[in-house]
Write a protein that binds this ligand. Structure first.
Ligand code: ATP
Length: 464
């Protein structure tokens, strides 16, 4: 009998805590719901994903440049983008427990097809179905709940000082558009990329790090001539697929590219495709891709009073470029990668008792630690050789660990759980011929490599 999805999530969450990937946040204060700390291995994994992304989409391309803009920007930006007026979810409250829910989620769970429904239509459907809370209690009337976190800037607390924590990184690419256009000597089509934090006061966060109030996004706004937008859309869809398959190595059977029906798209979007991943708790959005037309630039042009047009030197035309926006959730990627590559010994898992054997079969370039050096014994000079080897690997720029305590089996097992692809063991033969044993995490094969060649051996595997 295979383990259930709930069990899988429990084992994953427990491994994440036990092995320093993700901890519940503010734990010494009794915890803070739906906030998490990335531990030493979690932050390495997240950074490796971010770096692979930047390498593929910024450094790897002639037509994309990067920016880094503030979390708190001019509040007018969010009026222009429509977030002040319309970035809200329908909220209902359990009248007894006062727990809050998203009405659209409750309606979906109740089996209602609410494709394209407005807020009023959802409210109507709720009354028609006499919808109750998950605890079986009556619900309040729904209201629109704005997801933006408000804050104040400056010393006085009047309305002029209201500002917002950005709910998405995209705005920074629109506010830098004019300066990039004027300084970077680019030709259309080209994109502006950014990675950073975004904040949403989610009504029902949950499912571990899937939906949190604070998360990271990796986004590109790709500016094109209007007639070029359909081609650019296809190009970015192919790029998103390549990222999922070649870098994250997610099994294609667990990934769905869902064409969003017109009724569910924003009014300005002429096409949207979501990348959805089959997490243990269900098939959910991982990434988005939208053809946003000239909507954003025209709104920012209107609200800022600045000319944001492109001047085509060849044809002498002035026009507002259209924008294709591929967006990747970084925190959701961390979760998908962990779910995908955590290999649990199911026979041990259903046997109960202690935690089953688990191996995190991460793609090597994403693994937090690339290699571990393990002397078979501390004595007889083996530890010294091991320490020297680890120091030389660090000098070569590799993230490595040295571990000399406990049985070799336990040390291998610990490295398996954090996803280290290769373990190098220093043994008595090392003293004779200068070779160490390398054990491969995935196929458990062992071979001998000269100490001096270990750094090159790892580097070759990482690019392979
Ligand atoms: P959802 O429908 O799940 O709320 P969304 O459609 O509102 O997501 P977008 O506005 O398209 O999300 O945001 C772009 C990406 O940012 C998403 O594809 C997702 O990867 C990520 N993201 C959005 N909200 C959160 C969140 N609360 N926690 C973690 N990641 C998020």
């Amino acid at each position: 009998m295979p383990i259930s999805p709930d069990q899988k999530m429990e084992l994953l969450v427990s491994l994440c805590k036990r092995r320093g990937f993700v901890y519940p946040d503010s734990d010494i204060y009794g915890g803070f719901a739906n906030a998490f700390d990335y531990g030493p291995y979690g932050v390495e994994l997240k950074n490796n994903i971010r770096d692979a992304w930047w390498k593929m989409f910024v450094h790897g391309r002639e037509d994309v440049v990067g920016v880094d803009t503030p979390i708190i920007q001019h509040p007018k930006i969010w009026e222009a983008s429509g977030h002040v007026a319309g970035f809200s979810d329908p909220l209902v409250e359990d009248k007894k427990t006062h727990k809050r829910y998203r009405l659209d989620h409750l309606l979906e769970v109740a089996g209602a097809d609410i494709t394209g429904f407005t807020f009023e239509q959802m409210a109507e459907k709720m009354r028609e179905l006499q919808l109750k809370s998950p605890d079986g209690n009556p619900l309040s009337e729904p209201k629109q709940f704005n997801l933006m976190f408000k804050t104040g800037v400056g010393v006085s607390e009047d309305t002029a000082s209201i500002a917002y924590l950005r709910p998405e990184t995209a705005a920074g690419m629109f506010t830098t558009w004019r300066d990039i256009r004027d300084t970077m000597r680019k030709k259309l089509p080209f994109g502006i990329a950014q990675v950073g934090r975004a904040f949403r006061n989610e009504i029902t966060p949950g499912n571990f790090i899937f939906r949190t109030r604070e998360f990271e996004q990796m986004e590109i706004e790709y500016f094109v001539k209007p007639e070029d937008a359909p081609r650019a859309f296809e190009m970015w869809l192919a790029e998103q697929k390549a990222w999922v398959q070649d870098v994250l190595k997610l099994d294609p059977s667990r990934v769905v590219y869902r064409e969003i029906p017109e009724a569910d798209r924003a009014f300005y979007s002429s096409r949207s495709v979501d990348t959805e991943y089959l997490y243990p708790f269900g098939q959910k959005e991982l990434y988005g891709l939208a053809n946003r037309g000239a909507h954003d630039l025209s709104r920012h042009q209107e609200f800022s009073g600045e000319k944001l047009e492109w001047f085509d030197q060849e044809t002498g035309e002035r026009f507002l470029p259209h924008v294709v926006e591929p967006t990747w959730g970084l925190s959701r990627t961390v979760l998908a990668v962990l779910c995908e590559h955590l290999d649990i010994d199911e026979a041990e898992a259903v046997g109960g008792g202690e935690e089953p054997r688990m191996v995190l079969r991460l793609p090597p370039r994403l693994a937090p630690v690339k290699a571990a050096v393990l002397p078979l014994q501390k004595k007889d000079g083996l530890a010294d050789i091991g320490r020297e080897l680890v120091a030389s690997l660090r000098r070569a720029g590799l993230v490595v660990e040295y571990d000399e305590s406990g049985s070799i089996g336990k040390r291998y097992r610990r490295q398996d759980e954090i996803g280290t692809p290769w373990c190098f063991t220093v043994d008595y033969q090392t003293k004779e011929d200068g070779t160490v044993t390398v054990r491969d995490r995935d196929n458990m094969t062992q071979e001998r490599v000269k100490k001096e060649e270990v750094a090159g051996w790892i580097a070759a595997k990482l690019v392979a």
